[in-house]
Design a protein around this ligand. Structure first.
Ligand code: ADP
Ligand code: ASP
Ligand code: MG
Length: 415
Protein backbone atom coordinates (compact mmCIF):
# COMPACT_ATOMS: atom_id res chain seq x y z
CA UNK A 1 0.00 0.00 0.00
CA UNK A 2 1.44 3.37 -1.03
CA UNK A 3 0.85 6.76 0.53
CA UNK A 4 0.30 9.24 -2.27
CA UNK A 5 -0.13 13.00 -2.12
CA UNK A 6 -1.90 14.31 -5.22
CA UNK A 7 -2.35 17.96 -6.16
CA UNK A 8 -4.81 19.18 -8.77
CA UNK A 9 -4.40 22.70 -10.19
CA UNK A 10 -7.02 25.31 -11.01
CA UNK A 11 -7.81 24.17 -14.55
CA UNK A 12 -8.12 20.57 -13.36
CA UNK A 13 -10.90 21.55 -10.93
CA UNK A 14 -12.22 24.44 -13.07
CA UNK A 15 -15.85 23.22 -13.24
CA UNK A 16 -18.10 20.74 -11.46
CA UNK A 17 -17.67 18.43 -14.46
CA UNK A 18 -13.90 18.54 -14.00
CA UNK A 19 -14.19 18.06 -10.26
CA UNK A 20 -16.20 14.91 -11.01
CA UNK A 21 -13.46 13.74 -13.37
CA UNK A 22 -10.82 14.28 -10.67
CA UNK A 23 -12.95 12.51 -8.05
CA UNK A 24 -13.25 9.47 -10.32
CA UNK A 25 -9.45 9.37 -10.73
CA UNK A 26 -8.96 9.63 -6.98
CA UNK A 27 -11.50 6.88 -6.38
CA UNK A 28 -9.70 4.51 -8.76
CA UNK A 29 -6.38 5.09 -6.98
CA UNK A 30 -7.95 4.66 -3.55
CA UNK A 31 -9.68 1.43 -4.61
CA UNK A 32 -6.33 0.12 -5.85
CA UNK A 33 -5.33 0.11 -2.17
CA UNK A 34 -3.48 3.42 -1.79
CA UNK A 35 -3.77 5.98 0.99
CA UNK A 36 -4.51 9.36 -0.55
CA UNK A 37 -4.10 12.97 0.45
CA UNK A 38 -5.60 15.27 -2.20
CA UNK A 39 -4.51 18.91 -2.31
CA UNK A 40 -6.64 21.26 -4.39
CA UNK A 41 -6.19 24.72 -5.89
CA UNK A 42 -9.01 27.18 -6.28
CA UNK A 43 -11.09 26.72 -9.43
CA UNK A 44 -9.40 28.40 -12.43
CA UNK A 45 -9.74 32.18 -12.37
CA UNK A 46 -11.12 32.35 -8.83
CA UNK A 47 -7.97 33.66 -7.12
CA UNK A 48 -7.57 36.35 -9.81
CA UNK A 49 -11.19 37.34 -9.34
CA UNK A 50 -10.79 37.61 -5.57
CA UNK A 51 -7.73 39.84 -5.99
CA UNK A 52 -9.64 41.97 -8.45
CA UNK A 53 -12.53 42.35 -5.97
CA UNK A 54 -10.09 43.33 -3.24
CA UNK A 55 -8.61 46.01 -5.50
CA UNK A 56 -12.09 47.35 -6.16
CA UNK A 57 -12.78 47.42 -2.43
CA UNK A 58 -9.58 49.22 -1.50
CA UNK A 59 -6.72 51.02 -3.26
CA UNK A 60 -4.26 49.26 -1.01
CA UNK A 61 -5.95 46.13 0.38
CA UNK A 62 -4.92 45.24 3.91
CA UNK A 63 -2.60 42.20 3.59
CA UNK A 64 -4.22 40.30 6.46
CA UNK A 65 -7.70 40.72 5.03
CA UNK A 66 -6.46 39.92 1.54
CA UNK A 67 -5.27 36.53 2.82
CA UNK A 68 -8.61 35.93 4.55
CA UNK A 69 -10.25 36.60 1.20
CA UNK A 70 -7.83 34.68 -1.05
CA UNK A 71 -8.02 31.57 1.12
CA UNK A 72 -11.72 31.27 0.30
CA UNK A 73 -10.95 30.09 -3.24
CA UNK A 74 -9.45 26.81 -2.03
CA UNK A 75 -12.13 26.52 0.66
CA UNK A 76 -14.74 26.34 -2.10
CA UNK A 77 -12.94 23.73 -4.17
CA UNK A 78 -12.21 21.32 -1.29
CA UNK A 79 -15.82 21.48 -0.11
CA UNK A 80 -17.23 20.90 -3.60
CA UNK A 81 -14.77 18.09 -4.32
CA UNK A 82 -15.52 16.35 -1.04
CA UNK A 83 -19.27 16.49 -1.66
CA UNK A 84 -18.73 14.84 -5.05
CA UNK A 85 -16.33 12.27 -3.59
CA UNK A 86 -18.78 11.30 -0.85
CA UNK A 87 -21.56 10.90 -3.40
CA UNK A 88 -19.24 8.50 -5.23
CA UNK A 89 -19.00 6.46 -2.04
CA UNK A 90 -15.60 7.60 -0.87
CA UNK A 91 -14.92 8.24 2.80
CA UNK A 92 -13.61 11.73 2.05
CA UNK A 93 -13.10 14.60 4.47
CA UNK A 94 -11.93 18.15 3.76
CA UNK A 95 -9.42 20.10 5.84
CA UNK A 96 -8.57 23.79 5.54
CA UNK A 97 -4.97 24.85 6.11
CA UNK A 98 -5.44 25.53 9.83
CA UNK A 99 -7.26 22.22 10.36
CA UNK A 100 -4.42 20.38 8.65
CA UNK A 101 -2.04 22.27 10.99
CA UNK A 102 0.01 23.77 8.16
CA UNK A 103 1.93 26.28 10.24
CA UNK A 104 3.59 29.26 8.60
CA UNK A 105 5.41 32.47 9.42
CA UNK A 106 3.49 35.74 9.41
CA UNK A 107 4.31 37.05 5.92
CA UNK A 108 0.81 37.55 4.55
CA UNK A 109 0.61 36.80 0.84
CA UNK A 110 3.93 34.96 0.72
CA UNK A 111 4.07 32.98 3.95
CA UNK A 112 6.58 30.16 4.34
CA UNK A 113 5.59 26.81 5.76
CA UNK A 114 7.53 26.33 9.00
CA UNK A 115 6.04 23.04 10.15
CA UNK A 116 3.16 20.67 9.56
CA UNK A 117 1.70 18.86 12.54
CA UNK A 118 0.44 15.89 10.59
CA UNK A 119 -1.17 13.78 13.36
CA UNK A 120 -4.72 14.64 12.35
CA UNK A 121 -4.12 13.71 8.72
CA UNK A 122 -2.42 10.47 9.75
CA UNK A 123 -5.32 9.51 12.00
CA UNK A 124 -7.77 10.13 9.19
CA UNK A 125 -5.70 8.10 6.73
CA UNK A 126 -5.48 5.28 9.27
CA UNK A 127 -9.27 5.24 9.54
CA UNK A 128 -9.60 4.84 5.77
CA UNK A 129 -10.31 8.43 4.76
CA UNK A 130 -9.28 10.24 1.62
CA UNK A 131 -8.03 13.51 3.12
CA UNK A 132 -8.76 16.59 0.99
CA UNK A 133 -6.57 19.55 1.93
CA UNK A 134 -6.98 23.17 0.80
CA UNK A 135 -3.80 24.24 -0.96
CA UNK A 136 -2.12 27.66 -0.79
CA UNK A 137 -3.15 28.45 2.79
CA UNK A 138 -1.77 28.05 6.29
CA UNK A 139 -1.99 29.28 9.83
CA UNK A 140 0.34 31.70 11.54
CA UNK A 141 0.45 29.91 14.88
CA UNK A 142 1.60 33.03 16.74
CA UNK A 143 -1.31 35.25 15.74
CA UNK A 144 -3.84 32.58 14.79
CA UNK A 145 -4.23 34.31 11.41
CA UNK A 146 -4.91 32.76 8.04
CA UNK A 147 -1.95 33.14 5.68
CA UNK A 148 -1.44 32.35 2.00
CA UNK A 149 1.75 31.06 0.44
CA UNK A 150 2.07 33.14 -2.74
CA UNK A 151 0.74 32.46 -6.24
CA UNK A 152 1.00 28.85 -7.30
CA UNK A 153 1.37 27.91 -3.63
CA UNK A 154 -0.75 24.76 -3.76
CA UNK A 155 2.25 22.96 -5.27
CA UNK A 156 4.16 23.86 -2.11
CA UNK A 157 1.34 22.65 0.13
CA UNK A 158 1.40 19.29 -1.66
CA UNK A 159 5.16 18.76 -1.57
CA UNK A 160 5.41 19.92 2.05
CA UNK A 161 2.66 17.48 3.03
CA UNK A 162 4.41 14.70 1.12
CA UNK A 163 7.59 15.49 3.05
CA UNK A 164 5.81 15.63 6.42
CA UNK A 165 3.94 12.37 5.79
CA UNK A 166 6.95 10.69 4.13
CA UNK A 167 4.71 9.88 1.19
CA UNK A 168 5.93 7.52 -1.51
CA UNK A 169 5.31 10.10 -4.22
CA UNK A 170 3.82 13.55 -4.74
CA UNK A 171 1.83 13.72 -7.95
CA UNK A 172 1.25 17.20 -9.39
CA UNK A 173 -1.69 16.98 -11.78
CA UNK A 174 -1.96 19.89 -14.18
CA UNK A 175 -3.10 20.94 -17.67
CA UNK A 176 0.08 19.75 -19.43
CA UNK A 177 1.38 16.21 -19.24
CA UNK A 178 4.78 16.95 -17.74
CA UNK A 179 7.73 19.31 -17.67
CA UNK A 180 8.70 20.24 -21.20
CA UNK A 181 11.88 21.62 -22.75
CA UNK A 182 10.01 24.92 -22.76
CA UNK A 183 6.43 26.14 -22.29
CA UNK A 184 4.46 23.87 -24.68
CA UNK A 185 1.77 26.52 -24.94
CA UNK A 186 4.35 28.87 -26.50
CA UNK A 187 6.42 26.41 -28.54
CA UNK A 188 4.32 23.60 -30.01
CA UNK A 189 7.31 21.33 -30.75
CA UNK A 190 8.56 21.44 -27.14
CA UNK A 191 9.44 17.96 -25.91
CA UNK A 192 8.34 16.31 -22.69
CA UNK A 193 11.28 15.45 -20.44
CA UNK A 194 10.92 12.01 -18.80
CA UNK A 195 13.08 13.20 -15.90
CA UNK A 196 14.42 16.50 -14.64
CA UNK A 197 16.83 17.07 -11.75
CA UNK A 198 15.88 19.09 -8.67
CA UNK A 199 18.52 21.70 -9.53
CA UNK A 200 17.35 22.15 -13.10
CA UNK A 201 13.74 22.33 -11.96
CA UNK A 202 14.68 24.93 -9.35
CA UNK A 203 16.28 27.09 -12.03
CA UNK A 204 13.41 26.57 -14.48
CA UNK A 205 10.85 27.51 -11.83
CA UNK A 206 12.78 30.57 -10.68
CA UNK A 207 13.29 31.68 -14.29
CA UNK A 208 9.61 31.60 -15.19
CA UNK A 209 8.41 28.02 -15.85
CA UNK A 210 5.32 28.12 -13.65
CA UNK A 211 4.57 24.40 -14.05
CA UNK A 212 5.98 24.00 -10.52
CA UNK A 213 6.16 26.74 -7.92
CA UNK A 214 9.77 27.32 -6.90
CA UNK A 215 9.36 26.72 -3.16
CA UNK A 216 7.77 23.36 -3.83
CA UNK A 217 10.92 22.31 -5.68
CA UNK A 218 13.05 23.58 -2.80
CA UNK A 219 11.11 21.39 -0.36
CA UNK A 220 11.29 18.42 -2.73
CA UNK A 221 15.06 18.72 -2.94
CA UNK A 222 15.54 19.30 0.78
CA UNK A 223 13.40 16.35 1.86
CA UNK A 224 14.01 14.06 -1.12
CA UNK A 225 10.34 14.02 -2.18
CA UNK A 226 9.81 12.28 -5.52
CA UNK A 227 7.60 14.58 -7.58
CA UNK A 228 5.68 13.33 -10.60
CA UNK A 229 4.29 16.13 -12.82
CA UNK A 230 1.50 14.75 -14.99
CA UNK A 231 -1.76 15.50 -16.75
CA UNK A 232 -5.20 15.45 -15.15
CA UNK A 233 -6.66 14.70 -18.54
CA UNK A 234 -4.70 11.57 -19.52
CA UNK A 235 -3.11 8.58 -17.83
CA UNK A 236 0.23 9.05 -19.54
CA UNK A 237 3.42 9.03 -17.52
CA UNK A 238 4.63 12.56 -16.91
CA UNK A 239 7.97 13.89 -15.70
CA UNK A 240 9.78 12.69 -12.58
CA UNK A 241 11.70 15.33 -10.64
CA UNK A 242 14.59 13.43 -9.07
CA UNK A 243 18.19 13.80 -7.81
CA UNK A 244 20.78 14.43 -10.53
CA UNK A 245 22.48 11.04 -10.06
CA UNK A 246 19.27 9.34 -11.24
CA UNK A 247 19.10 11.31 -14.50
CA UNK A 248 19.71 9.03 -17.47
CA UNK A 249 19.79 11.56 -20.31
CA UNK A 250 22.30 14.27 -19.40
CA UNK A 251 22.11 17.24 -21.72
CA UNK A 252 24.15 20.43 -21.84
CA UNK A 253 20.89 22.36 -22.10
CA UNK A 254 17.59 20.81 -21.10
CA UNK A 255 15.21 23.75 -21.11
CA UNK A 256 14.41 27.31 -22.09
CA UNK A 257 12.38 29.56 -19.79
CA UNK A 258 11.11 33.11 -20.03
CA UNK A 259 9.91 35.72 -17.61
CA UNK A 260 8.02 38.84 -18.63
CA UNK A 261 7.44 39.99 -15.08
CA UNK A 262 10.56 42.09 -14.62
CA UNK A 263 11.41 45.69 -15.43
CA UNK A 264 14.80 47.33 -15.98
CA UNK A 265 16.18 50.39 -14.20
CA UNK A 266 19.40 52.17 -15.26
CA UNK A 267 21.16 54.80 -13.18
CA UNK A 268 23.52 56.75 -15.41
CA UNK A 269 26.63 58.64 -14.36
CA UNK A 270 26.94 57.17 -10.89
CA UNK A 271 30.07 58.42 -9.07
CA UNK A 272 32.45 55.44 -8.97
CA UNK A 273 33.10 55.41 -5.23
CA UNK A 274 32.93 52.84 -2.44
CA UNK A 275 29.50 52.68 -0.81
CA UNK A 276 27.49 53.98 -3.76
CA UNK A 277 25.90 50.63 -4.66
CA UNK A 278 25.04 50.16 -1.00
CA UNK A 279 23.28 53.56 -0.95
CA UNK A 280 21.32 52.77 -4.11
CA UNK A 281 20.17 49.31 -3.15
CA UNK A 282 19.52 49.76 0.60
CA UNK A 283 16.14 51.54 0.26
CA UNK A 284 15.09 49.09 -2.44
CA UNK A 285 15.80 46.05 -0.29
CA UNK A 286 14.31 47.73 2.79
CA UNK A 287 11.08 48.09 0.80
CA UNK A 288 11.11 44.31 0.31
CA UNK A 289 11.80 44.63 -3.44
CA UNK A 290 13.82 41.75 -4.85
CA UNK A 291 16.55 42.87 -7.26
CA UNK A 292 17.50 40.28 -9.86
CA UNK A 293 20.07 40.86 -12.64
CA UNK A 294 22.63 43.62 -11.85
CA UNK A 295 25.24 45.02 -14.23
CA UNK A 296 27.78 47.74 -13.54
CA UNK A 297 29.72 49.16 -16.50
CA UNK A 298 33.44 49.79 -16.19
CA UNK A 299 34.22 53.25 -14.94
CA UNK A 300 34.91 56.19 -17.26
CA UNK A 301 36.09 59.54 -15.85
CA UNK A 302 35.17 58.38 -12.36
CA UNK A 303 31.56 57.62 -13.35
CA UNK A 304 29.75 54.43 -14.19
CA UNK A 305 26.26 53.18 -15.16
CA UNK A 306 24.36 50.70 -12.99
CA UNK A 307 21.54 48.65 -14.45
CA UNK A 308 19.31 46.16 -12.64
CA UNK A 309 15.94 44.46 -12.84
CA UNK A 310 13.05 44.34 -10.35
CA UNK A 311 9.63 42.67 -10.48
CA UNK A 312 7.27 44.62 -12.74
CA UNK A 313 4.81 45.03 -9.88
CA UNK A 314 7.49 46.89 -7.89
CA UNK A 315 8.76 48.95 -10.83
CA UNK A 316 7.09 52.29 -10.01
CA UNK A 317 7.96 52.10 -6.34
CA UNK A 318 11.58 51.15 -7.12
CA UNK A 319 11.89 54.03 -9.63
CA UNK A 320 10.76 56.50 -6.95
CA UNK A 321 13.20 55.14 -4.38
CA UNK A 322 16.12 55.06 -6.82
CA UNK A 323 15.40 58.53 -8.22
CA UNK A 324 15.68 59.95 -4.72
CA UNK A 325 19.03 58.28 -3.96
CA UNK A 326 20.35 59.10 -7.44
CA UNK A 327 19.77 62.79 -6.74
CA UNK A 328 21.46 62.49 -3.33
CA UNK A 329 24.60 60.82 -4.70
CA UNK A 330 24.86 63.10 -7.72
CA UNK A 331 24.10 60.58 -10.49
CA UNK A 332 23.15 61.99 -13.91
CA UNK A 333 19.75 60.38 -14.54
CA UNK A 334 17.52 57.36 -13.96
CA UNK A 335 16.00 55.53 -16.93
CA UNK A 336 13.48 52.73 -16.78
CA UNK A 337 11.97 50.18 -19.14
CA UNK A 338 9.12 47.89 -18.06
CA UNK A 339 8.88 46.25 -21.49
CA UNK A 340 11.60 43.67 -21.14
CA UNK A 341 11.76 39.88 -20.89
CA UNK A 342 14.38 37.56 -19.45
CA UNK A 343 15.08 34.52 -21.60
CA UNK A 344 17.10 31.73 -19.99
CA UNK A 345 18.64 28.42 -20.98
CA UNK A 346 19.05 25.85 -18.24
CA UNK A 347 21.09 22.66 -18.05
CA UNK A 348 23.22 20.93 -15.46
CA UNK A 349 25.45 19.70 -18.31
CA UNK A 350 26.62 23.22 -19.14
CA UNK A 351 28.85 23.08 -16.04
CA UNK A 352 31.41 21.14 -18.04
CA UNK A 353 30.96 22.62 -21.50
CA UNK A 354 32.32 25.61 -23.28
CA UNK A 355 30.54 27.13 -26.23
CA UNK A 356 27.04 27.08 -24.76
CA UNK A 357 26.94 30.86 -24.26
CA UNK A 358 28.32 31.49 -27.75
CA UNK A 359 25.65 29.29 -29.24
CA UNK A 360 22.99 31.23 -27.35
CA UNK A 361 24.31 34.65 -28.37
CA UNK A 362 24.70 33.56 -32.01
CA UNK A 363 21.12 32.32 -32.18
CA UNK A 364 19.82 35.64 -30.85
CA UNK A 365 22.14 37.64 -33.14
CA UNK A 366 20.89 35.77 -36.23
CA UNK A 367 17.43 37.13 -35.47
CA UNK A 368 18.78 40.61 -34.75
CA UNK A 369 17.64 40.41 -31.13
CA UNK A 370 19.68 42.82 -29.04
CA UNK A 371 20.87 41.52 -25.66
CA UNK A 372 20.49 44.21 -22.99
CA UNK A 373 21.84 42.28 -20.00
CA UNK A 374 23.43 38.89 -19.36
CA UNK A 375 23.45 36.87 -16.17
CA UNK A 376 24.95 33.44 -15.60
CA UNK A 377 25.17 30.75 -12.95
CA UNK A 378 26.76 27.31 -13.15
CA UNK A 379 23.69 25.84 -14.79
CA UNK A 380 21.91 28.71 -16.52
CA UNK A 381 22.46 31.70 -18.81
CA UNK A 382 19.87 34.49 -18.89
CA UNK A 383 19.60 37.33 -21.40
CA UNK A 384 17.37 40.36 -21.00
CA UNK A 385 15.81 41.43 -24.31
CA UNK A 386 12.92 43.62 -25.46
CA UNK A 387 9.64 42.02 -24.43
CA UNK A 388 8.28 41.92 -27.98
CA UNK A 389 10.98 39.37 -28.88
CA UNK A 390 10.03 36.88 -26.15
CA UNK A 391 8.37 34.26 -28.28
CA UNK A 392 10.88 34.51 -31.11
CA UNK A 393 13.84 34.29 -28.71
CA UNK A 394 12.43 31.25 -26.93
CA UNK A 395 11.76 29.50 -30.24
CA UNK A 396 15.18 30.16 -31.78
CA UNK A 397 16.99 29.04 -28.63
CA UNK A 398 14.86 25.92 -28.44
CA UNK A 399 15.89 25.15 -32.03
CA UNK A 400 19.54 26.15 -31.58
CA UNK A 401 19.99 23.54 -28.86
CA UNK A 402 18.03 20.86 -30.72
CA UNK A 403 15.58 20.54 -27.84
CA UNK A 404 12.65 19.35 -29.94
CA UNK A 405 14.54 16.33 -31.16
CA UNK A 406 14.18 12.98 -29.49
CA UNK A 407 17.86 12.14 -29.93
CA UNK A 408 19.49 15.45 -29.40
CA UNK A 409 23.24 15.64 -28.86
CA UNK A 410 24.30 14.30 -25.46
CA UNK A 411 25.97 16.89 -23.28
CA UNK A 412 29.39 15.46 -24.12
CA UNK A 413 28.90 16.29 -27.79
CA UNK A 414 27.82 19.88 -27.41
CA UNK A 415 30.90 22.07 -27.47
P1 ADP B 1 -1.89 24.57 -12.38
O1 ADP B 1 -3.08 25.48 -12.41
O2 ADP B 1 -2.24 23.15 -12.63
O3 ADP B 1 -1.04 24.77 -11.16
P2 ADP B 1 -0.10 26.22 -13.94
O4 ADP B 1 -0.80 27.09 -14.92
O5 ADP B 1 0.38 26.84 -12.68
O6 ADP B 1 -1.04 24.96 -13.66
O7 ADP B 1 1.16 25.51 -14.63
C1 ADP B 1 1.00 24.80 -15.83
C2 ADP B 1 1.43 25.69 -17.01
O8 ADP B 1 2.84 25.91 -16.94
C3 ADP B 1 1.24 25.07 -18.38
O9 ADP B 1 -0.07 25.27 -18.87
C4 ADP B 1 2.30 25.76 -19.22
O10 ADP B 1 1.77 26.79 -20.02
C5 ADP B 1 3.24 26.38 -18.19
N1 ADP B 1 4.65 26.05 -18.43
C6 ADP B 1 5.66 26.96 -18.48
N2 ADP B 1 6.82 26.35 -18.72
C7 ADP B 1 6.57 25.02 -18.82
C8 ADP B 1 7.39 23.87 -19.05
N3 ADP B 1 8.72 23.97 -19.22
N4 ADP B 1 6.80 22.65 -19.07
C9 ADP B 1 5.46 22.54 -18.89
N5 ADP B 1 4.64 23.59 -18.67
C10 ADP B 1 5.18 24.83 -18.63
N1 ASP C 1 -5.08 29.48 -6.15
C1 ASP C 1 -3.72 29.94 -5.99
C2 ASP C 1 -3.26 30.70 -7.22
O1 ASP C 1 -4.03 30.84 -8.17
C3 ASP C 1 -2.78 28.84 -5.62
C4 ASP C 1 -2.59 27.77 -6.67
O2 ASP C 1 -3.37 27.65 -7.61
O3 ASP C 1 -1.62 27.03 -6.54
O4 ASP C 1 -2.17 31.17 -7.25
MG1 MG D 1 0.41 26.22 -10.69
Amino acid sequence: MALIVQKYGGTSVGSIERIKNVAAKVKARAEAGNQLVVVLSAMAGVTDRLIDLACQASQDPDPRELDVLMATGEQQSVALFTMVARDLGMKAHSLLGFQAAILTDHMYGRARIANIESQRIRQMLDTGHVVVVAGFQGLDAETGDVTTLGRGGSDTTAVALAAALQADVCEIFTDVDGVYTTDPNLVPNARKLPQVSYDEMLEMASLGAKVLEIRSVGFAKEFGVRVHVRSTFSDEEGTMVVPYNEIRERLAVSGVAYNKNEARITVKGVPDQPGVAMKLFTPVSEAGIVVDVIIQNSSEDGHTDLTFTVPKTDYKHAMQLVAKVAADIGADEVLGDPDIAKISIIGTGMRNHSGVATRMFSALARENINIQMINTSEIKISCVVQEKYTELAVRVLHDAFGLAEENQPASEEVV
